[in-house]
Ligand binder design. Structure first.
Ligand SMILES: Nc1ncnc2c1ncn2[C@@H]1O[C@H](COP(=O)(O)OP(=O)(O)OP(=O)(O)O)[C@@H](O)[C@H]1O
Ligand SMILES: [Zn+2]
Length: 599
């Protein structure tokens, strides 16, 4: 390691987000390469299934917070490191802009898109370089995200995570996976947390099923009864025969009445409890099968028996609890899903599957590979070295992939760093405004009127709380009125929050960073805005016309309460400068950068 790098490593402050498979490896690499100031955050506790690859954790740590144990293990390698652990979600409002600004670099080691999007946006706003990474089985990727230099995590649309339309699941399954998803939904309807999106009964709103001229009527089997499925199940005391006949006979008969669905498809065949229990068709084949129990495809009669048995066991498990959580590793829960998925597959003439196959589909299982995590974590820290020396151009994305006949390389790098997408909603240059408000006393309505409209020249603002994706102010009447009288902090707008604001009536977007501020002296303004005043207006619209805000400026502002400070000034020094500048007689040459809104 050369001297400048050694120094940079020893003096930099690093945040590691996530201490799972990649995070443990990254932490070990950081500790062994001389980093002295590390913070680590993870929301989870240690599960026994983590131990095969998350080597900072041992059996005795199961159930303890990952971040806390990771810190202790790292300190046992090197007690001289200053390392702080947070057992929390990075998306919590406690980790706002000012939290991120404290770091020289952020290293993501996460496993979900929502948290990655959040950290991406915070790092862009705080202008802190972020190294993003991930693995999936034997594949992986490392990518640098640096404001103004590279593309961001959200520059390119990501393929949607695979979901199936509700009507395919409820009305017209055609593949085993559709039956497996339905069976998981059935588990939740009977034993799990109520989720209206997981209805299992026939979908009468299916556009394909609609008969022209016939309005939808509320029917026994259709959407309307949905809410009472659990109640009915309790009333019949989880009687397996009645449950079976509802889901596999009555509901199927109901589906058959939606004749449009079966014009081009093979119609399902309703199945009664008695028929299924005494079904003989494939028993002999099963008996002859030498494979292990998990690899066998159960016969229909066996599925029916297991359905009845597991309903009994799960009913007992539910007693005294509000709901059960489906888990692929919970035997009765997995057996129930296997049985139900195969019974439904039988009804729709879809191929049935072994418990093993159904488990891997139902659990979305892609095995985590320790060596893939280790390679990616090594590359993350090598990228971090270059970033600390500001060698950004030497940090193109690197991909880990399985060796194939097409390529003998396991690691492949892009030729150069990817430029940002100029149309990216998240990172395209957008006026950035720092506002200083008392988040504990200002109401949402006051914020909208005083800040967004009067100070920032918006006419019909929509404001989204970044990271949470929550619309806090809407130009649509009635949509966010409930927020009006709430204090900003009551709806999660706190120091370090970021609001994406868009004007419905003008071509005008702003990113607003919130800073909590309490006036200290009598003549301190109630709030302040730090921005480039030229940016605080609508862009010309497509046809070249200006709109809205010019006139508005004329009529507004009898304010002593507000000042707009040019962003070239240090906002933290605002109050001393303000005192100097507010009274007209104090104005001197230095003040040219400042713009005070006058009445
Ligand atoms: N919002 C978040 N804030 C903090 N940590 C998070 C957040 N979301 C996910 N994580 C953490 O990121 C880590 C990702 O690690 P990994 O992909 O190895 O997942 P895992 O849950 O440990 O393992 P697996 O999913 O394979 O069972 C997890 O420890 C998880 O708790
Ligand atoms: Zn972007």
């Amino acid at each position: 390691m050369n001297v400048p790098l050694k120094e940079a490593v020893a003096t930099s402050k690093v945040l590691v987000v996530g201490s799972g498979g990649i995070g443990c490896e990254v932490l070990k690499n950081l500790a062994l390469s001389g980093f002295k100031d590390i913070e680590i955050i993870d929301l989870d506790t240690i599960d026994v299934s983590n131990l095969n690859r998350q080597f900072l954790f041992r059996k005795e740590h199961v159930g303890k917070p990952k971040a806390v144990v990771a810190r202790e293990s790292i300190l046992s390698y090197n007690p001289d490191i200053n390392i702080k652990a947070y057992h929390d979600s990075i998306t919590s409002q406690d980790y706002g802009l000012n939290f991120f600004k404290r770091f020289n670099i952020v290293l993501n080691a996460l496993d979900n898109r929502a948290a990655r999007n959040h950290v991406n946006r915070m790092c862009l706003a705080a202008d802190v370089p972020l190294i993003e990474s991930g693995t999936s089985g034997y594949s992986g990727q490392v990518e640098l995200i640096k404001k103004g230099v590279t593309q961001c995590y959200e520059c390119q649309p990501k393929p949607p995570q695979k979901t199936f339309p509700g009507c395919t699941i409820r009305n017209t399954p055609s593949e085993p996976v559709h039956c497996i998803v339905w069976a998981k939904h059935l588990f939740n309807q009977l034993f799990g947390e109520d989720d209206p999106d997981q209805d299992v009964s026939p979908d009468t709103e299916d556009p394909e099923a609609k008969i022209e001229g016939q309005e939808h009527t509320e029917t026994e089997s259709g959407n309307i009864k949905r809410a009472s499925t659990r109640q009915w199940t309790q009333e019949i005391k989880y009687d397996p025969a009645q449950l079976f006949n509802k889901f596999f006979k009555n509901d199927i008969e109901y589906l058959l009445k939606m004749e449009n669905l079966w014009k081009t498809r093979k119609p399902p065949v309703p199945l009664t409890w008695e028929q299924a229990a005494s079904h003989e068709g494939d028993t002999a084949e099963e008996e002859n099968n030498v494979k292990s129990q998990d690899m066998k495809v159960w016969s229909l009669s066996k599925c029916t028996k297991i359905f009845a048995d597991t309903v009994g066991v799960l009913k007992e498990e539910l007693a005294g609890k509000t709901f059960l959580v489906w888990d692929k590793d919970d035997k009765p829960a997995m057996d129930f899903v296997t049985a139900c998925a195969n019974i439904r597959a039988h009804i729709f003439t879809i191929s049935t599957k072994s418990r093993f196959e159904i488990k891997s589909i139902a659990g979305n299982i892609i095995p985590a590979i320790a060596t893939a995590n280790a390679m990616i974590a090594g590359l993350v820290v090598l990228h971090a070295f270059r970033v600390l020396l500001q060698d950004y151009q030497k940090c193109p994305s690197i991909y880990l992939r399985q060796k194939s006949i097409h390529s003998k390389f396991v690691l492949a790098a892009d030729k150069q760093i990817e430029q940002a997408n100029p149309k990216c909603y998240v990172c395209s240059p957008q006026p950035f405004v720092n506002v200083f408000v008392n988040t504990q006393t200002m109401t949402v309505k006051e914020f909208e009127t005083e800040l967004l409209k009067k100070s920032l020249n918006m006419v019909a603002p929509d404001a989204i709380l970044d990271g949470k994706g929550m619309v806090v102010i809407s130009s649509e009447e009635g949509e966010t009125e409930v927020n009006n009288d709430k204090k900003l902090n009551e709806i999660g707008i706190v120091d370090g929050s970021i609001l994406k604001c868009d004007d419905f009536l003008q071509n005008y977007e702003l990113t607003v960073a919130i800073n909590h501020y309490e006036p200290q002296e009598k003549d301190d303004p109630l709030y302040k805005v730090v921005a480039n005043p030229d940016e605080l207006k609508a862009k010309e619209s497509i046809n070249g016309e200006k709109n809205g805000s010019e006139e508005k400026k004329e009529e507004e502002s009898d304010e002593d309460d507000l000042m707009i400070v040019n962003e070239l000034e240090d906002p933290q020094e605002g109050s001393s400068k303000r005192r100097k500048l507010n009274p007209p007689e104090d104005k001197d040459a230095e003040d040219d950068d400042l713009c005070v809104v006058e009445s």
